[in-house]
Design a protein. Structure first.
Length: 151
């Protein structure tokens, strides 16, 4: 795998890759990490700060995943964003009801906010499962009350 990568790179990039000293027999993760480190794009703290303040929790993203990403953006943006993390976390939550609850009664400590958010996330998942079970039961009830003859 190693000897093939330089053939896909430009002349200058191939030279830089070869100077890194990666053996052609190295495992694939080592080989792939080399160009990633060589050519990773460094961005200004202002870009990370903008991403931090515009970040919202995605539909299928867990509370912990959202928090991890926010913390990573905050650490790249500035070392002084820690007091803002709690407020930003609350404002980026997917659940509008939970977000409004934190606006009306803000938590001062991020860990308390995360624990409450995890609890609400677990309740939302249970509500979704219960609604699915109820719809199956309702469909079964309707079928048993109005059975259709088999052809």
């Amino acid at each position: 795998m190693g000897p093939y990568i330089p053939s896909f790179l430009g002349e200058e990039a191939a030279r830089m890759f070869c100077l890194m000293g990666v053996r052609p027999t190295a495992p694939a993760p080592v080989i792939w990490e080399t160009p990633r480190q060589l050519f990773k794009k460094l961005e200004l703290p202002a870009v990370y700060r903008e991403r931090f303040f515009s970040r919202r929790q995605r539909l299928e993203e867990s509370i912990d995943g959202f928090l991890r990403n926010l913390r990573e953006l905050a650490s790249n943006a500035s070392k002084q964003l820690n007091p803002v993390e709690c407020e930003r976390f609350c404002m980026g939550l997917r659940s509008r009801g939970l977000r409004n609850r934190f606006i009306l009664k803000p938590a001062e400590i991020l860990s308390v906010t995360v624990i409450k958010s995890r609890g609400c996330e677990a309740l939302e998942q249970l509500d979704g499962k219960r609604a699915a079970d109820e719809s199956i039961c309702l469909a079964f009830n309707q079928q048993s009350l109005n059975p259709k003859p088999l052809p």
